[in-house]
Design a binder for this molecule. Structure first.
Ligand code: PLP
Length: 426
């Protein structure tokens, strides 16, 4: 367990003790958690930005390049066939993880690419001047800018859900914001700033009644809770492998079959065609239609290892761990004088933003780093939300937990914040 700096041992409730035991079962899987930063044990609390990688993932990457490396979907030799089989088997596993049919799961680089793909390939064909797109003020820039680009091109109008005092989505305006003019409602499943988990099923019901589609930005939900795209009933859904123990540069985009079938390709090139002639081309079937060029084969194959690893731990247990640790973190942070935590929606997840009076979050992050504690400071790619919250510096500090974090690590962070306060003065 991480070395504790807390002088008086705290009495932990059962849920937090269970979370600590749970974390200790898996910490050994992550070699990086043994390293020191500025001579201190690393306390990694920047999991919403990217998660750490377990040894099975590192080994699988090495194994791919050592044993299997070949291009997919084009060679007839043994290596190419084996690589293709592993690539498609991984698609099946990743699709199963979110309860999607494999042909409806497109490998993309990340959530950002998934949203851009749909805003472009679906949007250009289906959105006209005067149509509306509904987003919320809590969105990540990745779920704002692609739609703004589409609106600029088509003359569509973007409307925004507001948030309530506790950081939950203001559903009172749903009927005004989702109307027969709305073509798409695109919302984060979980906010990367407030931890708010949005009521996607209720949004889907309202949107479908109005004839609109729903895109779920699942960058912060898939790593932390069980998800089932069919139960959610959404039309599109995107997530990033690197936030869920996987490598960077690989993610998933789910789309309903008839929507993917009707969309034009996003990029043209090798692999996405059925036939090319001098006067035109026909497309491959889905999902290849959206996977032009040599894909990120190694990381796509490793993505299957990642979801098997998480499924073996159990997404319910990961979620329970993080709920307990999140409550503990918020409680401990709120003991600190002059500290504001943003986001108190019921059932909130483990991206916990906060600010200390009179201290820039970047200064706080720098002082914490000296104690070995990695948190994030900045606008978290959510500038409209920073403005909406009225944060003093257009920024917050953010601690974000994963299933390998313990309450000891939260205590170390809290001690380090006290030290920062003493250093900079109250
Ligand atoms: C809610 C949310 N959406 C989208 C993204 C973009 O993810 P990526 O950079 O992996 O595309 C992030 C990343 O932090 C996020 O938190």
């Amino acid at each position: 367990m991480a070395e504790t700096l807390v002088e008086t041992p705290r009495k932990l409730d059962d849920a937090v003790r269970r979370a600590d035991e749970h974390a200790m079962r898996y910490r050994g899987d992550f070699p990086i958690l043994d390293r020191k930063v500025h001579g201190r044990p690393l306390v990694y609390l920047d999991n919403s930005a990217t998660s750490q990688k377990p040894r099975v993932v590192l080994d699988a990457l090495n194994d791919y390049y050592t044993r299997l490396n070949a291009n997919v979907h084009r060679g007839l030799h043994t290596l190419s066939e084996e690589a293709t089989n592993a690539y498609e088997a991984s698609r099946e596993r990743v699709a199963r993880f979110i309860n999607a049919p494999p042909q409806n799961l497109v490998f993309v680089r990340n959530t950002t690419e998934g949203i851009n793909l749909v805003a472009s390939a679906w949007g250009r064909k289906n959105v006209r001047a005067g149509d509306e797109i509904a987003l919320s003020v809590m969105e990540h820039h990745s779920n704002i800018v692609p739609w703004q680009m589409l609106a600029r091109e088509t003359g569509a109008v973007i409307r925004y859900f507001d948030i309530r005092e506790d950081g939950s989505l203001d559903m009172d305006k749903a009927a005004e914001l989702i109307t027969e003019k709305t073509r798409m409602v695109s919302l984060a499943h979980m906010s990367n700033v407030l931890g708010t988990v949005n009521p996607i099923e209720a949004i889907v019901e309202r949107a479908h009644e109005a004839g609109a589609l729903v895109f779920v930005d699942a960058a912060q939900s898939v790593p932390h809770m069980p998800v089932d795209v069919q139960r959610l009933g959404c039309d599109f859904f995107a997530f990033s492998g690197h936030k869920m123990c996987g490598p960077t540069g690989i993610g998933g985009l789910y789309g309903r079959e008839e929507l993917l079938e009707a969309m034009d390709p996003y990029m043209g090139g090798g692999s996405m065609i059925d036939e090319v002639r001098l006067d035109g081309f026909t497309c491959a079937d889905i999902p290849e239609k959206f996977e032009a060029g040599t894909p990120n084969i190694a990381h796509a194959i490793v993505f299957g290892v990642v979801v098997d690893y998480l499924a073996a731990i159990g997404m319910e247990r990961i979620h329970a761990h993080e709920r307990a640790l999140t409550d503990y973190t918020v409680e401990r942070l709120e003991e600190i004088e002059g500290l504001t935590v943003y986001g108190h929606a019921p059932g909130r997840g483990g991206a916990i933003s906060f600010n200390l009076d009179n201290m820039h979050p970047s200064d706080l992050s720098t002082v914490l780093d000296r104690q070995g504690v990695a948190i994030r400071a900045g606008h978290h790619c959510a500038q409209p939300l920073m403005r909406r919250l009225g944060t003093s510096y257009g920024a917050t500090a953010r601690a974000s937990v994963y299933f390998y974090n313990t309450s000891d690590e939260i205590d170390i962070m809290v001690d380090a914040i006290h030290k920062a306060r003493n250093l900079f003065g109250p």
